[in-house]
Structures are given as structure tokens and as C-alpha cells.
Ligand binder design. Sequence first.
Ligand code: PMP
Length: 315
Amino acid sequence: MAEQHPTYIFWNNELTPWEDATVHVTSIAWSALGAVFEGIRGYWNAEQEQLHVFRITEHLDRLQSSTKLVRLPLAYTTAELTDVIVRLLRENVCREDTYVFPLVYGADAEVNRFDPNALASELTIRTKPMPSRLGSDFQQHARVSTWTRISDNVMPPRIKNISNYRNGQLATHEVRNDGYDVAFMLNPYGKISEAPGACIAHLAKGKLITPDVTSGILESITREAVITLAREELGLEVVERAVDRTELYLADEVFTCGTAAEITPIVSVDKYPVGAGRIGPVTRQIQQSLEDIMRGRNSQYARWVTTIDMALTTA
Ligand code: PMP
């Protein structure tokens, strides 16, 4: 069966029919080298017939930072990109939990890959269904990988550069071949940095602790939301600092957080059970508060969602 695809992809400055958005095969090799992207999620609320896009401004501002750091021009402001994404979600009739994937890459990368000034960029934005796991019992077993996380002076983890993901891919292949679900990576100082596509937090002695932004992590938008919710909704003390791997072995709860990972409970690290070896109460509470906000059920955090009314759209 052919894979389902959306009607449109944003490319070449317009909503282009999916079938027409093609490039020549020779452009494959270098185009992804400096490419940067974002991962944004829309949450469907069936009762309201509304799609709520989570923290779109923060994601698009980060895309601006990513393009700046890799010296790719981006011809759109955050406000313009927001309009394009809202239009694309409407035209693709996204009446379900949806992932939005903007990608900026160098045009003519084959010839211009070492030229800091000659790079023109192109932008594609695509949408695809991505059902939420919040509210389920999904959980993972983690292993600390033997691969070291890239660092700021090597390939800055602070931005979403496609090339960065080779590092996490190696680590994931390693731990999955050994029967674990997710890799935890140490930075060059031997401290916990992050998982290949998500940040890490743990609960110990009633405090929520997470590696600080100079531990070699992406400045995750979900992590920032979790910190805010833990303080404001759960009344927890939150500490951002360097974290030892053995702190995770002794933690009461551990979870990863990110746009795709959402809040994923980690029930063991290197075969040490986390707490009682099952999903902890604080992890559950954070999952629940976040889902309420993401589905537009908590007006106190309305600033975090962009609501698209889909009542008049039909598939
Ligand atoms: N770290 C990495 C390497 C990631 O790819 C992601 C996913 N974007 C995250 C952390 C989580 O970031 P965010 O919460 O902004 O999605």
C-alpha cells in the first residue's frame, strides 16, 4: 500500500502539491550537511474541533537561531512562517495529532558547501500524523551510551542541525542492538547531557533536576515548559545543573521530554530500576498538566498554544 501523504507541502514559496515537490537525485549528497529544522506538534481536540499548535513562536524563533548559526539565510520572519504553517495545516485538513517539520537547506550545496557567503537557502514544511502517547503507559528502558555527546565546540547541540543527529543515531543503534529502548549520552566532561531527541530530568529528594543549558543539550522548548509547570503547578523546586550518571541510578523518577518524546517515563537506567521500576506520580502529573494545556483545556497557559478552528474543514 502506498504511504499516505498530505495534499500539500510548502516548498518554493507556495503550497505545492505533494507530487510536484521533487528535486534531482544529484542534490542528495551535501544538501543535508548544514540543513536545520524544527519539530512542532499540533494537538487535536475533537470536542472543540480545534487543532492546538504548541509553542509555535518559540519553535520558529529557534529555527531563526539555527539558520543564523549555520549561516543560512532565511527569507521569512517568525510571523510569516506561523501564517504559512496555519494555512498548511488547514489545507491539509489536519484533524488529528500532527507533526510539523520545517526544513531549511542550502540550495546548490554540491558547489557551495564550503562557501560561507554563497549559500542560498530553500525551505520545505511538511505535516504528518503523529498520535500522542500522553495518557498511555508507554515507558522506556535507558542505557548510557559509550558514544560521547557532541559539544558546543564540535557541532553545537544547541541548534537543530540535521548533521548533529548522526551522533544520536550511533548511540541509539548501539543501545537498541543491546535490547534497550533509548540512549542517554554523556558530554565530554562525563556528565549527563541528553537523549538523541529529548532532554532528561529526574526527581530526587522532592526536587526536579535537569542538566543545565551548557551541559551539551538542545535548548528544549518542552524542557522549559516542564520547568515552568513543575514550579507553578506542582510547587516543586527545580534545579538546572551538571548531573552525574549515578544520580539517575538512584533517582525516584526519571523521564525524557521533547516534542516527539512528549514526557516519556524511564523505568530503568543501565538495568537499575528507577524508583519502584514503574511510572512515578510526578511524571504522571506533569504528563497530565501538559496534555491539558496542549489540547487547549487550560486557559491559564493559552499563550503556549495557537488554536486553529477546523469546524468548517472536512477531509
Ligand atoms: N534534544 C534533541 C537533540 C532534540 O532533537 C529534541 C527534539 N526537538 C529535544 C532535545 C527536545 O526539544 P523540544 O522540546 O524543543 O522538542
